[in-house]
Ligand binder design. Structure first.
Ligand code: 9EE
Length: 261
């Protein structure tokens, strides 16, 4: 499957500006034959958890969701977008949704592993495992940012059949080990591909790393970006086309492990 990853700088709470960037990325991705566009965590509002909690209503989230679905439909491309949940500000989490090329939402997931005091104060953690949905012959899983740094979370997606895990993210602080070490390890230990789309540049008081990347089942980067805005287009192999040396997923003694963890 040919996918595209959007990497850019959102403007905090400037919905129209941020949606225009997503619209441009979707049109560009569609024009080069991508079947799906992956966008960064909370990009429509910017990664500003405290400001979102205080200033973004449930109605504003619903409106943004409809606009994102319309972008997918207008550009004729599936999209993974990340928004606050649809509940009231006190109840909602951080979500990722997969919409098809008609803008219909096929799957949703609420971020289980919230990161740091600001996120934990602004959002509720999810309690359900990652969703896995078949789209155009590939099983797609959804996780959000910090989730992917936990082997249990990626294993949960792989155990549910995911061949490609799509991760909207918001990584700042020059954390090169996440795209450079952890994502390849997650890919190898599960025999799957991972796509990780980040913000870049300054948003409020955070300097985002960029470094969006797609890694294949053998842990090799299939494509990566630097620190500037860009669109990363990658042809992702099915898990069957690329198998690593060991089949950890098949060989694992899950019956024993689950009692040990
Ligand atoms: N939004 C996020 O979940 C940020 C996760 C950053 C984790 C890290 N290792 O810096």
């Amino acid at each position: 499957m040919r996918i595209a990853l959007m990497q850019d700088t959102a403007r905090p709470l400037e919905l129209e500006h941020n949606l225009a960037l997503i619209d441009d990325a979707a049109a560009q991705a569609s024009s080069v034959g991508a079947e799906l566009l992956l966008t960064p965590e909370l990009f429509a509002f910017g990664y500003v958890p405290a400001q979102i909690r205080e200033q973004v209503s449930a109605e504003a989230v619903d409106g943004a969701r409809s606009r994102l679905q319309k972008i997918a439909r207008t550009c004729g491309i599936a999209m993974v977008f990340s928004l606050p949940g649809g509940e009231s500000p006190e109840e909602r989490g951080i979500t990722a949704a997969l919409a098809d090329e008609y803008g219909a939402v096929l799957a949703e997931y609420q971020k289980v592993q919230l990161y740091g005091p600001e996120e934990k104060a602004a959002f509720r953690p999810g309690q359900k495992p990652p969703s896995v949905t078949s789209y155009r012959g590939m099983n797609l899983g959804l996780l959000v940012c910090y989730d992917v740094e936990f082997p249990e979370m990626v294993r949960a997606a792989a155990a549910r059949g995911a061949e490609l895990v799509l991760v909207p993210t918001a990584l700042a602080g020059d954390e090169a080990s996440v795209p450079g070490v952890l994502l390849p390890a997650r890919a190898i230990e599960n025999g799957i591909s991972l796509a990780y789309a980040n913000h870049c540049g300054m948003e409020a008081d955070l300097d985002f790393d960029g470094c969006s990347v797609v890694v294949g089942p053998s842990g090799q980067p299939l494509g990566e970006l630097g620190t500037e805005p860009g669109l990363l287009v990658v042809d992702v192999p099915t898990a069957a086309e690329e198998s690593g040396s060991a089949d950890y997923l098949q060989d694992r003694r899950a019956d024993l492990h689950r009692d040990w963890l």
